[in-house]
Every structure is written in C-alpha cells, then in structure tokens.
Write a protein that binds this ligand. Sequence first.
Ligand code: TSJ
Length: 651
Amino acid sequence: MSENISKVEQDYTEEDIQVLKGLEHVRKRPGMYIGSTGSKGLHHLVYEIVDNAIDEALAGYCTEINVNIYPDNIIEVTDNGRGIPTGIHPTEGISAATVVYTELNAGGKFGGGGYKMSGGLHGVGASVVNALSTWLELTVKDGKNIHFQRFENGGEYKEEMKIIGDTSETGTAVKFKADPTIFTETTDYDYEILSKRLREQAFLNAGVKIIFSDKRGEEENTETLYYENGIREFVEHIHKVKGLEPLSRDVIYFDGKKGDSTAEIALMWNDSYNDDIRSFANNIHTTDGGSHESGFRSALVKTINEYGKKYNLIKENGDKLLLDDVLEGLTAIISVKLTNCEFEGQTKGRLGNPEARPLVENIVSEKLMCYFEENPEQAHAVFEKSENARKAREAAKKARETARRKSAMDSASLPGKLSDCYDKDTALTELYIVEGDSAGGSAKSGRNARYQAILPLWGKMLNVEKARIDKVYGNEKLMPVVAALGTSIGEDFNIEKLRYGKIIIMADADVDGSHIRTLLLTFFFRYMKELIINGNIYIAQPPLFKVSKKKGKKETAKYAFSDEERDMYIEEMKADGDGKVSIQRYKGLGEMDPEQLWETTMNPETRTMLKVNLEDAAKADEIITILMGDKVEPRREFIEKNAKYVSELDI
Ligand code: TSJ
C-alpha cells in the first residue's frame, strides 16, 4: 500500500510548492494562526489536536482520548476512533492523512464524510501544529494495519506514510514537540492550564472520557475526566470549587434542537450576589457572550416575571424584576453546537450567528416555565432571591442619589488626595493609583505633572465579594477612585466621562501590594468592566533589584525585574572588569527616590507595564471569591492546587 502512494522526492509538483508555502507562512506569522507564540499559543497546539479527537467522539466513533505530557514537553494525543483515513486523496494523490498534516485547513474536508461541527479556535488544524513543531509523528490504526509518518522541521517529510505493523485496533495517535525557535518565551506546559481546559471539554461533551497524564516528574500525575451528566456536573463543579451554597438540590437542565443546531443549558442559583454565566459555541468558550447568551438572558428575566405575575407574586408593574435581579447568585452554562459558527469582536470571543438567539430563547422560555410549574418550591426560592436583589437595587439607587446630592461622584469635587495633571486629553493622560503614602510622595515628585496624575490609597479596602453596590458608594477607599476616574459605576457607568486614558495600578511586590492589586482588579471587573475591555487598565512593573557598580567615581546601574535578570546583570558587570558590584533589593516603592521611580516605572520611554485583559481580571475575581468566601475547604484546596500562582500573587 505504501508503494502505491509513494512519490519520488525530487518530483515536486506546483501543488507541493503551494503546500510548503502554506506551512512556511504559518512559521513566519504564527500569531495569525494561534494568537501568540507565548504560553497561550503553546497550549493552543494541544487544544487543536484534542479538538480533532473530540470531533471523532462527537461523531460517535470514539469513546476515549488519552493526553500525555512526556519529559522534554513532548505531547501525545491518542483516540480510539476510526483513524484518520490513510487512503489516497482523490485530488492530491497522497495519503489523506498526509494532506491533513501538510495543508492548511484541510481537516475534515476529505472523504466526503467530514464533520458537521468542527471547532478549532481560529479554524486552524493539525497542519498548523505540524508547522510549529520540531518533529511530529502520526500513527493511524485502521483495524488491519498500523500506518506511520514522521515530519520534521515544521512539516517536512522524507518518507510517505508507510505500514509498520498489523493491528486489530483502530485509532489515531499524534506525538509532537513544539519548536523552541518559535515558542521562544516558553515550551513548558502548565499542568493546571491543560487540566482545566480538558476538564471543560469533558463537561461539554458528556460521555467522552479524557485521561490526562503528566509524566514529566518523578511521580506521574493522572486524572480521568469523564462526566456522564455533562454540563450539569459543570455547574456543580463550579459551585464546589468556589464554595458556594446552592439554593436548590438539583441543577436545572434543558436541551433542544432546530435543524442541525443544538443547545444545552444548565443552571442553578446559590447564596452569593454574583453571577457566573459561561457560554460556549462548538466547545469554544465565548468569553464575550453573543447571540446564544443574550437569548438566555432575555428568556430568563421574561419567564421569571411571567411566573411572578401568574402566581400574584408581583403586585404592581413597578415591582418588575430586572435582568440584574434574576442573575444574582446564578451559575449557568450555555452550550450550542452549530454547523457554522461565526465569532466576532476584536478577540473573536462573541458568537455572531443570529439563529442562536431564538434557539436558546425558545428552549429556556418554554422549559423553564414548565420546570417552575412542576417545582413550585424552587420557583419560590428563586423568586424570593430575585426579589431581595430588587430591594437591594432600589436601596442602592437611593444611596446613589444621596451620593449624587453630596456630589461626591461629581468630578467638580475631586478627591483631596488626588494630585491631578494639567492636560485633559485622554490620549495622553494617566492616573497612577498608588498604595501607601510614602510611595505616593515619590510618585508625585517623580511624575511628569503635565499628563500624569497620582492618587494614593489609604484606609481599609472593601471586600467587594461580600458587598453589593450600595456599599461601594460609601467606601472611603473606592470612592476617591470612582470620583477621580469620573465615569461613575455600574448602571451609571459612562466611558465618555473617563478623565484618564490609562489607569495604572502601582503597588509593592509584597503581600499588601498584591492584595490591593487583586481587589482593585475585582472592583474594575465587577463595576467598570468596560475599562478592562477597552484596555484602559494597566499594572505598573517596578523593578525588584538595582545592580550597580562603582568604578572610581562613576556609577553604572541596571534595574532587574526578576532573579534571573539580576543574576545576568551581576555576571555582566563582573565580566566587565574591576569595581565593586552591589545589589539593592527594593522591598517597596517607597524605597526608590523620585528619579529612580520615574526612570524605572513611570517614564513611558523606559517603563514596562502589563495591560490587564478580561481573563486576568476574571482570574482575580475568582481568587477573591475563593479566598474571601465563607467556606474553608475550597480555600484550602485552591491554595494547594495553585500554590505557585498564589505565592506569586502573595495573597
Ligand atoms: F487531526 C489531528 F491530526 F489532529 C487528529 C485527528 C488528532 C487526533 C488525536 C485524532 C484525530 C482523528 C481524526 N481522530 N479520528 C479522526 N477521524 C477522521 O479523521 C475520520 C475518519 C473516518 C471518516 C470517514 O468518513 O470514514 C472521516 C473522518 C474525518
């Protein structure tokens, strides 16, 4: 068989050259295919391969997927499906499997069979993984033969696919090593990141068993991810890890379909004040929602109000529940599978397909009403919870009006501690939110007062997890931030009134500093989310060390932002000959004089800052929920699992 499909190496056709150009382009512009060449892009490689195996499972031919990490960060993904077709591709003249690996976007196209729902974050496929790997090995078992092919240097191959043995089993195995010349930042896979994503896939695809093993360390770390009840168990899992007390015993679950499109919804309320709604389209997390999610929201508020009216729980029309009221304490998963997903927005995180809205809306409207009628105690519990939220909302409105009268929200009365800048153009202006008065002093002297404003924070920080918005209005630490920004919060938020283009959180690299950072991020995430989406929030990166050398009277200094960088500068200075190298460790911003602070952390020409994205903020939000929550067990578990991360954050 391998004889039939072998081609002479030097006999390149025009098509082959096209193929190579495709993969070459992937190597030249990896970002276009996998988003980034950082840690995120690296992990995408694994998702991309696993998604293919999941497609086979969804098609009904595969029950088990194995994902292994071997020493040296080699990844292996195996399934027990039909095996990628190895027969000769009708137009390309080589094995169909080879086509999948060497042509962009070839996945699922061959054989006419194809898949109806194909995921893939950016529509990239196995060929992209191949293009970005030092080597990749493909093994296909077809119930008779074992076929094998090896690729090197981003998709080149010396031999066609060949038979290396016989077998009675079927399945596909892919093993690859990410190319360190492409992934220059890191080629180290993070167990928790992969585990979280694989678990999510197991929840979204009920009945698919994913066995995940990390074989890099002395002790193997293995998890079996298998959920017979799919997204119902996802909702329970979220409650369990966050330590939230459910309002009812069972998760509410609906599914339905229209044509080739399907939707599943699972939901449950808990005793917290926040909602956690996660939506997916073809197994891809739509972080910015979209048509399916808005269909859900609209059906939810409509149905609960209808129920209230029907059973005389709502007396006057003015008592109508708003969306925010019914969302309080709600955890929900919405998962749709469509033949052709369209993702919109800058980060492609929003589902565009208009048909997904009525699909979800109709299922939820019809079935939730039935559910409430059959489970009146649950319906009443939900109603009471929403009713309390409505009352709190109205109390907040009063608090807000009082606050407005005192004109605390008005930019005409800026907070006393604010050292404002002269410029008003948000293309230039920056607000530094600084923890501690001494650092605030240095920042004030060191800044460029034309466009940099300084707001020092003091006093006890409010824990936003336990407070509703009415408490935020009275908080001495947050109110100055709100007043300085000028945008107001929550329902009143208006980005047009923003007084600074960049809002920079500048805190020490210690326990208190990370506490402040996390709380501020949570606050922005909950009450000023648009600022994060809009990319206005930054985290300053002050150096941790100063490495300097005195040669006679002349001092040269370099600032290091990590232990590695510090050691590098020490070596450099030592290698550079005589003079004494000294190291200063900055324990806090207050230890730097104004010039140093300007040069290292505030000068736009020389500073580095981290731009906060929605994911960072959501992470902070999750950390706050778990660490500040009432339950001890999830907190302990979280800290154990995330020991590395937590110590980095030092919370
Ligand atoms: F694409 C890939 F290489 F990334 C990959 C594909 C990786 C892994 C781990 C598994 C797979 C894969 C593909 N598993 N199963 C399949 N199935 C097919 O490609 C297949 C088999 C038969 C037919 C048919 O119509 O008979 C159609 C397809 C798409």
